[in-house]
Design a protein around this ligand. Structure first.
Ligand code: SF4
Ligand code: SF4
Length: 105
């Protein structure tokens, strides 16, 4: 998506492009902010002890938990900050360049 900002000096409370405002609380789910990511978290299920630290520390609520177990990452919203990998006490999460996955798909 690209924005026409040629008239940005005229922007104000009644005129600004979508994405440049936060019209209501909790609207981040409507934007695919995962597109900013340069590194993707990968979890090793064999090493993971299901302590849920990654779930609690993720600033983007992008660790998916089902039945009290981590099952995946929400890659539409994960920004690749690596907080989950940093906090994991058993190093079950590693970060990998996003470009590696684009080449595979
Ligand atoms: S890399 Fe960051 S945003 Fe993505 S799941 Fe881990 S803590 Fe959340
Ligand atoms: S922090 Fe590490 S060990 Fe704990 S649930 Fe997440 S991946 Fe598994």
């Amino acid at each position: 998506m690209s924005w026409d900002i040629s008239d940005i000096k005229n922007w104000g409370p009644d005129k600004h492009e979508k994405g440049a405002v936060i019209p209501e609380a909790g609207n981040a789910v409507g934007y695919r902010t995962g597109g900013w990511r340069t590194n993707r978290p990968v979890r090793d299920d064999e090493t993971c002890t299901q302590c849920l630290f990654c779930y609690f520390y993720c600033p983007d609520s992008s660790v998916i938990v089902e039945g009290q177990e981590v099952v995946d990452f929400d890659l539409d919203h994960c920004k690749g900050c690596a907080q989950c990998a940093t906090e994991c006490p058993v190093d079950a999460i590693t970060m990998h360049p996003e470009a590696e996955f684009r080449r595979k798909s």
